[in-house]
Design a binder for this molecule. Sequence first.
Ligand code: FVH
Length: 288
Amino acid sequence: MAKTRVPVAMLGMGAMGRALAGALVDAGRPVAVWNRTPGRADDLVRRGAVEAGLRDAVAAGGPVVVCLFDHASVHETLAPVADGLRGRTVVNLTTTTPGEARELAVWADAHGIAYLDGAIMATPPMIGAPGGQILYSGSREVFEEHRELFGLWADAVYDGADAGTASLFDLAMLAGMYPLFSGFLHGAAMVRAAGITAAEFAARAAPFLAAMTGALPEMARVVDGGGSGDAGQSLDWTAAALDAIARASREQGVEPVPVEMVAGLVRRQVEDGHGADDFERIIESVRG
Ligand code: FVH
């Protein structure tokens, strides 16, 4: 059988699982789909996917791609079919911590399963469209063997043999994204109190915030010890600026919680005598 005709088993038909399976169906790949609650893949079945019981889906022959809610649901799903997975390949695209990914890799190895972990840096509509990335780590052989398949979903990036690395990058990047989104929504609440819509605010904030990300490489240079860290704004200055933002927020009747989180990190460094240092110094407030 030609490699592209080997059926891919897709476990998990949530929003992301359906998007991944849909991209394969669109590319003419045979796909066997399974979901704990049957019927969530009806549209895919109409388009050519085969809905199967768990054991039959796993027996389909090709790689078994897992996209479930969390680490626990992956174990709950794979444990009963571990015998059927011996000698086979599992690609786990469920969001897990690095430690959980490594634990799954060890579990897979103990059951004779080749394991590749993945982290999806995309939303379901981005699957099969430009702009998405999926990070992989674990078995290089599995990554190389299924590279073409992975390319149907998004840009595929291999991050090395440690199964935890893809998750580490994923969650570290999300650690940046969620505070950014919270900050945007905080700002939207502030201007809304003045009758400005979130859409108007987004049109102003998006280019500004995008331009600000240009500062990241220089911040990184300072953190890595290659920059002076004295070119920007001191933490004393930043503390005053954050205080002004918090006061402005309260004037608008909005609780400045996201900004207070940052102010707390700054305050710790100022209290430790680093008020003259640059903003990058607050990394010391989160280091263990
Ligand atoms: N959706 C997104 O934008 C993000 C983008 C980045 C990566 N994530 C991760 O992808 C995993 C799946 O996400 P999802 O969007 O498909 O999630 P849901 O639509 O909530 O579907 C969850 C599926 O998991 C099944 N499930 C839940 N618990 C169990 C269990 N104990 N045993 C077996 N299956 C389970 C659930 O089945 P059902 O409720 O329909 O029966 C869904 O198929 C996730 O790790 C994201 O972090 C997506």
